[in-house]
Design a protein. Structure first.
Length: 120
């Protein structure tokens, strides 16, 4: 077979593409329809109701999500700590370090005063 003959044969085959049989198309469409998910009908609720949220999940949703709630709680803890530990109490803790330390004096890092229980 020459190149011209092969070209003519391929050109004739390109003009007449093969068509699938009707039986094949029916089987393919039946398989495709069997794999399709069932749709919801209009007016009916979904099969499963959503699970109710817990108290912490509702609180997190109220603030805008868990990361936002974590930031708000961290700020609240820092605010309570700074409000309770006033600067005078902090001076009692750091006074030995920043005070008049000269020569061979010892530094008492844990003073006997309970600075966290004093009112400021």
């Amino acid at each position: 077979m020459q190149d011209k003959d092969l070209e003519a044969l391929l050109a004739q085959a390109a003009k007449q593409p093969p068509q699938p049989s009707a039986g094949l198309m029916d089987r393919v469409l039946a398989d495709a329809l069997a794999l399709q998910p069932a749709g919801l009908t209009v007016g009916h609720p979904p099969a499963r109701a959503p699970q109710p949220l817990g108290v912490l999940a509702r609180l997190a949703a109220l603030f805008g999500g868990a990361p936002v709630l974590a930031g708000v709680c961290s700020a609240a803890v820092a605010g309570v700590a700074l409000g309770y530990l006033n600067p005078e109490s902090m001076d009692m803790l750091t006074g030995g370090l920043a005070g008049d330390v000269t020569g061979a004096e010892t530094i008492d890092l844990f003073p006997s005063t309970d600075f966290l229980a004093t009112e400021g």
